[in-house]
Ligand binder design. Structure first.
Ligand code: ADP
Length: 464
């Protein structure tokens, strides 16, 4: 089952926040306990140093009596909270504070048996939480004393417990707030998505021109909406061109069909002579051929659109192919009294589909002859420049107006409708030329002067 994104985001946010908060708590707790201990250690060292200095003074004043001197030190120090003790040979001479003798003695033995006396000690088996202490060795004359300042860790442990308890109480509260906050934020952040989904549901095949509006949303959502709108534009365009294609195709199919039907109706309306039937049948045959050509062209373009045309690529000589095409249109040119000139000085090889390339050249030659008045001239040639091949078909015909030249490669477009129909064209020839050139990674270009003639140039890549 798909989980709601906003819940997922809130859970992630909460998990991340919990880890962060717990880590922060641990770090703060650690830093606090370390700093409390350090402060205690400094205080203990100061006390031990003071006690050591006092011991020297008192021993002088007490005429060398260590017991009396130690008691004097303790009386003067009046330590608060901590225990100050003076030891000689593992024996406690005097000690202050609420001291458990056993604990202090054990500590004293530990300090005395260790060589490193002048340092901070930690006794973990002291009271409930253990103790810390500073122990200093003091040598006065021949005698060596150990001065200790010890304090149990109870007070620090209590302070830390308060901090811990506070953290335990605050963490669930903070996490609850973070969880709710995360959910609300995710909900607010994702609200434009709901609106986009609702708008998207309203869009049907008939309303592809509608666009999503999301107003002032986050950049990522604006990008998503923009991509979606671009997709809609593309769909709208292809739906529109499909609609136009179907409309135009039906329109084109209707004309020859009604001619065939009309011809048959007239022929059958009464008895006719064999010559009249023959003429009608010839007309029907002409129109059927036209119809077959149109259907073949439509099928070709539809397969090209669907990407179903597999090019049969082979290496071929374009100069030979051009010469062949010229040969096959020569009778048409002669019948229209048009001079046809084909030139190609050397061998030009290309990798391509021979059938399609022949079709492309024939379409261009056929147009050039059809749109050139008698007495005109059509010339075709293939030439190379570097790795580029240029196939050129030029005529001295009626030419194409600049505004029409933008559209001549579109399907069913005719610059001069009456003339094109009369010449038997459907407005598909140049779109097929364009498709063939592009499917060979090439392009077709037109230069024309109305009344002077047109030149179509196909650019292809030469085989190395
Ligand atoms: P058609 O079957 O109508 O010739 P095309 O796609 O081959 O369709 O050409 C589209 C239109 O371009 C034609 O209707 C015609 O008006 C114009 N055209 C094409 N070739 C030429 C040319 N060589 N000279 C003048 N006009 C041309």
């Amino acid at each position: 089952m798909n989980k709601k994104l906003r819940v997922q985001l809130a859970v992630w946010y909460l998990a991340f926040f919990s880890v962060l908060f717990v880590l922060l708590g641990l770090v703060l707790y650690g830093v606090l306990s370390r700093s409390l201990e350090r402060r205690l250690d400094e205080a203990l060292l100061t006390q031990a140093n003071t006690a050591a200095a006092l011991m020297r003074e008192e021993l002088g004043e007490m005429h060398g009596d260590p017991q009396a001197a130690a008691s004097g030190v303790i009386a003067e120090m009046q330590p608060r909270g901590s225990i100050v003790a003076v030891l000689q040979d593992k024996t406690i001479l005097a000690a202050s504070g609420p001291v458990r003798h056993a604990d202090l003695e054990r500590a004293a033995v530990e300090v005395a048996t260790s060589r490193a006396t002048d340092s901070i000690w930690r006794w973990s088996d002291w009271g409930k939480y253990g103790a810390r202490g500073a122990a200093l060795t003091v040598t006065i004359g021949q005698r060596t004393f150990v001065v200790m300042a010890v304090e149990s860790l109870d007070s620090i442990a209590q302070e830390l417990r308060v901090v811990r308890d506070t953290l335990w109480a605050v963490i669930p509260l903070v996490l609850a707030v973070a969880g709710i906050g995360g959910y609300v934020l995710a909900r607010r952040g994702l609200a434009p998505l709901d609106s986009m989904a609702a708008q998207g549901r309203q869009i049907t095949g008939d309303s592809l021109h509608t666009r999503l509006t999301i107003g002032d949303a986050a950049e990522e959502l604006v990008t998503l909406a923009t991509s979606f709108n671009e997709l809609l534009s593309r769909l709208d365009q292809s739906f529109e061109s499909m609609r136009r294609f179907v409309q135009d195709a039906s329109h084109e199919l209707r004309t020859p069909l009604s001619v065939i039907q009309g011809e048959a109706d007239v022929a059958l309306s009464r008895e006719r002579s064999a010559a009249e039937y023959k003429e009608s049948l010839a007309n029907i045959q002409d129109e059927s051929r036209r119809l077959a050509r149109l259907v073949a062209d439509l099928l070709n373009l539809a397969s090209a659109d669907a990407g179903h045309v597999q090019l049969r690529v082979e290496e071929l000589y374009l100069n030979d192919l051009l010469a062949e095409c010229c040969r096959s249109v020569r009778p048409l040119a002669a019948a229209r009294n048009i001079e046809l000139e084909c030139h190609s000085s050397h061998d030009v090889t290309v990798r391509g589909d021979e059938e399609l390339l022949r079709r492309m050249i024939l379409n261009l030659l056929d147009n050039a002859i059809r749109y050139t008045p008698p007495g005109g001239r059509v010339s075709a040639g293939v030439e190379t420049q570097g790795s580029e091949i240029r196939i050129q078909v030029a005529d001295t015909g009626i030419g194409i107006a600049p505004e029409a030249s933008l559209h001549v490669f579109e399907r069913f477009y005719r610059a001069d409708k009456a003339r094109s129909r009369q010449e038997g064209g459907f407005g598909l020839g140049l779109s097929i030329v364009k498709w063939i050139a592009e499917s060979h990674h090439g392009a077709v270009e037109l230069a024309s002067q109305p009344g002077q003639g047109s030149t179509f140039t196909v650019h292809l890549q030469r085989t190395k």
